[in-house]
Design a protein around this ligand. Sequence first.
Ligand SMILES: C[S@@+](CC[C@H](N)C(=O)[O-])C[C@H]1O[C@@H](n2cnc3c(N)ncnc32)[C@H](O)[C@@H]1O
Length: 430
Amino acid sequence: MALSELLDILCCPDSGEHLQLTDTGLASSAVDYPVVDKNLACLYSNPSVTRFQWGSKIKHFFDSEREHLKQMQQLAQTCSLASTRKRISLQHEARHKNLALMQKMLSAWIPDKALPVAQSSQQIYSYFELLFRDWCWGDELRPYIDYCVSALGAQHCERVLVLGSGAGGLSYHLANALAQSRLISIEHNPFLALASHHIMQGKLLKIHDYSLYPTELAGSSTKWEIKQAPLQHENHVQLLATYPKLPLLEKSVDAIIAPWFFDILDIPFDAALQACTRFLKPKGKLVFMGPANVHKPHYDEQYCSDEIRELLCQQFATVDLTQQSLTYLDNPTASQRRLESVAFAVAAEPIYSEYSRETSMPKDLVYTPELNQYKLKTATIHQILACIDQSISVNELADLLVSRFGFEAHESSHYAAAFIAEIQSGIKQG
Ligand SMILES: C[S@@+](CC[C@H](N)C(=O)[O-])C[C@H]1O[C@@H](n2cnc3c(N)ncnc32)[C@H](O)[C@@H]1O
């Protein structure tokens, strides 16, 4: 599906302003949103800053992976057991080839100068195994596909949003099964987004699955060649975007599918759940699929399925929740299998509430989407401040953003003014 078919519902994730098509992608009056691969638009909030932050994570991962590879190469030559040398050299070869693939795919993302990486569950290598689960290992997605098709297939859902689409397997099968719907997949990890985008176009992806603890040498690594038939209908588009700051207008989609998503975000589960309602039309549906027990560090967030049902009932007029016991990330070469109780729920007719941004200030520091955003912004501002040791004008800072941090020249003034305003307001508040 062409991006132009989405123009009526796409907006700037920060200001809500409608976007226009340009020669290089999409744009609001102040910010460009480039297309980074055929039809894959980069619609992050503050896209240049977010790309820079992802670029820093990628650079750190590449540097540390190169270090690991060096050590492995040495061990593959010096270990006393011949079978240990064999195991390590198989693992080394797999990781070396995966690194080469990632370097090729992500070459445009690497900044000259990287930020220190903030602690986060979301790194570039997170969820790498989804590629094998979705496209290689077996049919683990079947119960999820069937549940979504039975929840959405019978009625006409024009626009269906898939949150955290990962390696893209579920979106691919649903786009084929729901011919009348138009699917929008949202993923923030550039490697997973680019890899799934590549596969869904019917292109070949060669990737290596390796095991750190194989039960026999042959299980140390497996080479996969992923090649799928292209999608049957022109009804799918993938966007690089970060939930909950999505580039979509309020009340613009008929259904949202959230598979294994709300529980893994760096924001509270209930806030994540609530944030999706504003994108749904009044008769819209949420298809929730994920663990029946939420693993979070705080006692009051370790929800079981009854609490998940109650939370859904606070946000939707009708809720139907069931549970199934299913294997999860079931790698056929692994020595242990993970069995999960999975909650499947359809919740319909959102009860809209004010977005929690405006609520009064709590005493504790609550981990909200805004706090997470603030953390990332602060790290970026520190990096910029480190380069400033005398007065600087907007134009001079704009030049610095271009030369040191790789910002695009034509939008650097917008970001420079925004950073200066942010720094001045920080100084004012002491
Ligand atoms: C646990 S995985 C689930 C993937 C897939 N939905 C599935 O069911 O297997 C979570 C996915 O959400 C993505 N993700 C995490 N935080 C996100 C955010 N704030 N915005 C968009 N995607 C995000 C991750 O990169 C990952 O692909």
